[in-house]
Design a binder for this molecule. Structure first.
Ligand code: HEM
Length: 149
């Protein structure tokens, strides 16, 4: 298994990056849809269209991408010679990944509430929290590439 992981390392990393891009695209786009959905009248055609877009985005892209990120990330983390567990970057990265996962879980809950014709928060709230995944992404990219500590 370790020999396979070492040989497949560049491929697994490429697939990890592809899944990360898809997951982040969803985590950035879904709150954007909530911004406009929060201002749409419940029961209107517009609100119904947002419900459909939100469900498809979450089920078709965000959820499967999360599974792929974790699988390929875990394979990279268990590849011999890739991670020195005495260094801080990997632990800090994992904390930020956990925060992104918490954000994902909030999106799942809010989508369900929107689907039931509730408006969980204001458009202003969704506009503000929209920046959070981008901040986590910037920090994670620096941690994995620069490995500053
Ligand atoms: C359970 C979750 C995750 C685990 C266990 C994990 C683990 C890893 C490992 C071990 C590497 C290889 C580092 C190296 O080759 O030096 C890596 C690469 C990378 N990870 Fe993750 N990762 C996870 C989630 C994420 C997330 C959520 C992001 C971005 C938001 C991300 C972004 C990246 C990037 C951009 C690289 C490529 C770095 C390079 O080119 O060397 N990862 N990941």
């Amino acid at each position: 298994m370790s020999e396979f992981l070492v040989a497949a390392y560049p491929w697994i990393k490429a697939l990890h990056i592809v899944s990360v891009v898809a997951w982040m695209a969803g985590l950035l786009y879904l709150p954007r849809l909530f911004v406009y959905h929060a201002d749409a009248r419940p029961g209107s055609d517009k609100a119904e269209t947002f419900k459909l877009m939100e469900r498809r985005l979450l089920r078709g892209i965000i959820n499967p991408a999360l599974v792929a990120v974790v699988i390929f990330g875990a394979l990279l983390a268990t590849t011999p010679g890739v991670v020195d567990w005495r260094q801080g970057w990997i632990w800090t990265k994992l904390v930020l990944v956990a925060a992104l996962l918490g954000f994902h879980i909030c999106l799942v809950r809010w989508r369900r509430q929107f689907a039931a014709d509730a408006i969980p928060h204001t458009a202003r709230f969704y506009r503000a929290i929209n920046e959070l995944p981008m901040l986590a992404l910037i920090a994670i990219a620096i941690l994995v590439v620069v490995k500053p500590f």
